[in-house]
Design a protein around this ligand. Structure first.
Ligand code: AFP
Length: 365
């Protein structure tokens, strides 16, 4: 269904129009998305106040630091954003539980509050290493259906969240950049809303976003080059070789270290993002987390005509096995992602005992 952009359409109006497709719908889902949007507005406000509201730096701010389940130092805004997501979403009666990058285990809806039929999974502040340098950060979220037993009062368990990305009911992100935007898919394309800071409303400004199939822009943290697997080295080498290489065209490179900002750039003008599986920490099969980073961004990309992959399979088909599972991730313009997948299936040529692509790598000494 194509939606004509009207900058007078609010997120609420958009959701009501979408709901008309399901005459029997209770309205719970719309109310949930509006609660998520409210959490994002509150986070946007804290991000915007920055040092004025003592929002920069590490949590708890007394120098002792706090560390999340991933072993990462938490910023004050990581902790605040997580609290805002919980507070704004636990009371509405639409959720049976939540899980977040910043919490070790699942968060059940407290006794005395009504339970609902959805689960919410989120990274409350992605790219938070960028906060102190005033570069864009964002929140990423994924909505799943809760198992019936949990909706009916059974205990919430970690395995309730082990649903493949293809099972997501909705996914989206908020980007706290020069403007605050909410980008959302409820499984009918991808739509972008810009926060009108005076009205406090998200307005539909980017209807039916599509990722161009081809691109000349790629994003990867090149400091990891020595840990890349051969197919990734090959792909990057070919991009760097530009017009004189096998691709016959020049490429440009970007790295923000805030995946949500990279995803947004790719939605706007195409590109490919890679944080592939590598050999840097062999016990970790990638840097990014499946349930609250790869799956929601993968859903958005696929809904916008792009592709998201581990390099070996569509990311949305991966069966999760743990809450904070990490995974290699490649997403963006379809033809480029498919090319990278193809390189993963082609046999690596060996010359003098070394993989050919590693030997030719422009990142090698
Ligand atoms: P933080 O939220 O801890 O800053 O991590 C951001 C992130 O998960 C993702 O948004 C970036 O693409 C990636 O990590 C950056 O990782 P490098 O620091 O290794 O480039």
């Amino acid at each position: 269904m194509s939606i004509t952009p009207r900058t007078s359409t609010t997120l609420t109006q958009f959701l009501i129009e979408q709901r008309r497709r399901f005459p029997g719908a209770s309205g719970d889902f719309n109310a949930l998305i509006l609660d998520v949007a409210m959490a994002c507005k509150a986070i946007a406000k804290s991000v915007a106040y920055g040092a004025l509201a003592d929002m920069l730096g590490n949590h708890p701010g007394d120098g002792s630091g706090s560390v999340n389940v991933q072993g990462e130092t938490q910023k004050k805004l990581d902790v605040l954003s997580n609290d805002l997501f919980i507070r704004m979403n636990e009371w509405g009666g639409h959720l049976a539980g939540m899980a977040s990058e910043e919490m070790d285990g699942p968060y059940p809806i407290p006794e005395g509050l009504q339970r609902g039929k959805y689960l919410l999974v989120f990274d409350p502040l992605d790219g938070s290493s960028n906060i102190d340098v005033n570069v864009s950060v964002g929140s990423i979220f994924s909505v799943l259906r809760a198992p019936r037993a949990v909706v009916e009062g059974g205990a919430l368990t970690t395995t309730d969240f082990f649903q493949s990305g293809a099972e997501q009911v909705a996914a989206g992100y908020a980007l706290y950049g020069p403007t605050t935007m909410l980008v959302l898919s409820v499984g009918q394309g991808v739509h972008g809303f810009t926060l009108d800071p005076v009205m406090g409303e998200f307005m539909l400004t980017h209807a039916d976003l599509k990722v161009p199939e081809d691109t000349q822009e790629f994003a990867i943290n090149a400091s990891n080059a020595r840990f890349w697997e051969a197919p990734v080295k090959r792909y990057v080498d070919e991009c760097l070789a530009g017009k004189t290489g096998p691709r016959g065209k020049d490429f440009n490179m970007r790295w923000i270290a805030s995946m949500v900002a990279e995803a947004h750039r790719i939605l706007m003008r195409g590109g490919v993002f890679m944080y592939p599986r590598d050999t840097k920490e062999p016990e970790k099969p990638g840097r990014l987390r499946l349930l609250y980073e790869a799956n929601p961004i993968g859903f958005i990309m696929e809904q916008a005509g792009g592709r998201a992959s581990t390099g070996r399979q569509a990311v949305l088909q991966v069966q999760p096995t743990s809450l904070h599972q990490r995974i290699g991730l490649v997403f963006g313009s379809k033809n480029e992602v498919e090319r990278i997948e193809r390189y993963h299936t082609e046999p690596v040529k060996i010359e003098n005992g070394n993989p050919l692509f590693a030997e030719r790598s422009l990142f090698r000494d």
